[in-house]
Write a protein that binds this ligand. Structure first.
Ligand SMILES: [Zn+2]
Ligand SMILES: [Zn+2]
Length: 434
């Protein structure tokens, strides 16, 4: 009796001290120096959307070295690595590869100094300011574990390195290139994002909505040019554009239910060239976000109505009404499959315990293009989860920067280790032997 008690006490103390580690946790810890090197390499060498050439090379090398059969140039720089390991379902795990045109000011000793000429021919600074370097590192970390644990699962593991999540269109590009015709269609799909607002290494996800939809709308306001001192002879597109900027907010506050999230942000407004010239056009670039497809299309329809009628009210003739274009890179909402989310959560809970999680909450209307990979016909059930990236003390002190900021930084070790663990546990569950 007594000795059992002692063992229990020792075990409890060990648990309290965090000394207990599962064999999987141990394996990931021993592999971490390799993953840290990969993470820092990727962080130092970010590339812009659809120009992830060296990144794509590196991902292909990593996958080939592990014995994955690699298919490249799907959706330009995208690639897929396949490991067939006997009978069973196919699980797709996706990571995005692109950085952002941001000048890094994080102060990290492995800060990016990279520049790249963008698709418009302008040289831009480039930074992994959203954490996609963590996603790629985690993907490879999971691949390394799944190869080691090959005897413990059966089926096909499909790794996807996707271009252009930030610029939009990367996932659609892979689908347009017939990714599933080329390499086969998965039975389920997983993806993750490191998230600065949660404590480093903590997992968060819901059984339903994860991210809002996002659409880009361009409005070209057309006016009638004239001298700045004779406005009565023309129609001023800068003035009319300003009225439209304000009127658009009325859609959100007066047309959509106050308890339904909706967002219209005019991110760019360009027009005119000199103080004394009334121009003949102005341009608004807008992002539109919603949590349901119904609200999404309500907003898009209303923007057109409000833009046209605001111009009409300002005396613009019918043949010069604003041109409202919904650009094609729109992403639908990211929504987890409820049953699959519960299954994945159980697997993570079993291996990592309840302490591994924090409550998921939507605090903004961020979006993802991952749904474009899975909202095919028929849809592929999927789960998208988040992994915290900021030390708890920084969260408490408020000294942390959000995604896309030049100051963005994550602590890679807990985030990558826990990301690999959560994803590997999920993969082992979904590909478990019958
Ligand atoms: Zn981002
Ligand atoms: Zn991102």
């Amino acid at each position: 009796m007594r000795s059992t008690k002692t063992i229990l006490v020792v075990a409890a103390l060990a648990l309290q001290a965090g000394a207990y580690a599962s064999p999987l946790e141990d394996a990931i810890a021993s592999d971490y120096p390799y993953l840290d090197g990969l993470f820092k390499h990727l962080h130092l060498n970010p590339e812009l959307s659809l120009q992830e050439f060296k990144t794509s090379d590196r991902m292909a090398e990593e996958m080939s070295a592990l014995g994955f059969e690699v298919t490249r140039n799907i959706g330009k720089t995208g690639l897929v690595g396949l490991m067939r390991n006997g009978r069973g379902p196919t699980l797709m795990i996706r990571a995005d590869m692109d950085g952002l045109p941001v000048q890094e000011k994080s102060g990290l000793d492995y800060s990016s100094k990279a520049t790249q000429v963008n698709l418009e021919g302008m040289e831009m600074p480039v930074m992994h300011a959203c954490g996609h370097d963590m996603h790629m590192t985690t993907l490879i970390g999971v691949a390394r574990r799944m190869v080691e644990l090959k005897d413990e699962w059966s089926g096909t593991l499909m790794l996807v390195a996707q271009p252009a999540e930030e610029a939009g269109g990367g996932a659609l590009g892979m689908v347009a290139d017939d990714i599933y015709g080329q390499v086969g269609r998965p039975d389920f799909a997983l993806a993750l994002h490191v998230i600065a607002k949660y404590p480093a290494g903590k997992i968060a996800f819901s059984d339903g909505l994860m991210y809002s939809s996002a659409d880009s709308v361009k409005i070209t306001v057309r006016g009638v040019a004239t001298h700045g001192a004779s406005p009565q002879l023309g129609r001023d597109p800068v003035y009319i554009g300003s009225l439209i900027v304000v009127a658009l907010q009325g859609i959100v506050t007066r047309e959509v239910s106050p308890i339904e999230p909706a967002l219209i942000t005019v991110g760019a407004f360009r027009g005119g060239s000199a103080p004394n010239v009334i121009a003949d056009n102005a341009r608004l670039d807008i992002t539109v976000r919603a949590n349901t497809e119904k609200t999404r299309y309500q907003l898009l329809d209303s923007i057109k109505r409000v833009a046209e009628n605001t111009a009409r009210a300002a005396g613009v003739p019918d043949d010069l009404l604003p041109i409202v274009e919904v650009l094609s890179e729109g992403a639908p909402t990211t929504t987890n499959d409820a049953a699959l989310a519960r299954r994945v959560r159980e697997a993570m809970l079993g291996g990592m315990g309840a302490d591994a999680f924090v409550d998921w909450r939507q605090t903004d209307m961020g979006a993802e293009d991952f749904p474009d990979l899975v909202n095919v016909d028929p849809p592929i059930p999927s789960v998208y989860f988040e992994v915290g990236g900021t030390p708890p003390e920084d969260l408490e002190a408020g000294t942390w920067a959000g995604h896309h900021s030049p100051l963005f930084k994550i602590v890679p070790e807990p985030a990558i280790r826990k990301g690999v663990e959560a994803m590997t546990l999920s993969a082992l569950e979904l590909l478990k032997k019958p």
